[in-house]
Design a protein around this ligand. Structure first.
Ligand code: SF4
Length: 202
């Protein structure tokens, strides 16, 4: 069972296979693994203690960032992830901690989640994906319906106040005009815009 894996210069943490979306461009539909991981499908979700032990078995000096991102939406494991981050920070963990999320943490957990991340998550990368709620619902098929889009924007608006670096991403498999509309939305929220290249090769 793969909990931590490497890709590029970062160390990644795979905590869950649960997700409230079914994006048409999701990596999960094009293969089982990413980077050093043959498979990111979990036979069961690792406990918080197992996650911490796996991270601590790695040398952080070899990596640029520690990233909570696997084959699922990490805010399903928010309490456990934040517990792990607290142990790492208290132990002097030397590299930035990032979470890649679809921004639905509040919907998934039924409470405000951004304030809980303050001081524990250094970088949030939030999937913006589309410039309007209708397209988002069609391409990402969110469990919570069209309100998911506004929830993601609200999550980002809160995040830029308390998280040092907030990035919003889109995948470059959409028309250039749509990408520019997304850029304007992102910049209006005060986040940093990033266009990711669409690929099924990882
Ligand atoms: S939110 Fe992420 S993990 Fe979930 S379906 Fe979309 S791309 Fe895949």
């Amino acid at each position: 069972m793969t909990i931590t894996y490497t890709y590029g210069t970062n160390l990644y943490v795979n905590t869950t296979n649960r997700c409230d979306m079914n994006c048409e461009f999701c990596l999960r539909s094009s293969g089982d693994g990413v980077g050093s991981a043959d498979s990111l499908w979990l036979e069961r979700e690792p406990t918080r203690e197992e996650i911490l032990a796996d991270i601590r078995s790695r040398d952080p000096g070899q990596f640029r960032q520690l990233v909570f991102c696997g084959y699922g939406e990490p805010t399903y494991r928010l309490d456990d992830i934040l517990w792990v981050c607290r142990q790492l920070k208290d132990g002097g963990w030397p590299i930035p901690i990032r979470m890649d999320t679809n921004g639905h943490g509040d919907l998934i957990n039924g409470r405000a989640t951004v304030p809980l991340m303050a001081g524990l998550i250094d970088i949030l990368s939030i999937s913006l994906n589309d410039a309007d709620a209708g397209t988002y619902a069609r391409r990402c098929r969110p469990l919570f319906g069209e309100e998911s889009y506004q929830a993601m924007l609200d999550f980002t608006r809160q995040a830029v106040r308390v998280i040092p670096t907030v990035i919003m991403t889109v995948v470059d498999n959409m028309p250039a005009g749509e990408i520019e509309r997304c850029r304007a939305i992102c910049e209006g929220l005060g986040a940093t815009f990033r266009v990711r290249h669409y690929t099924t090769e990882w």
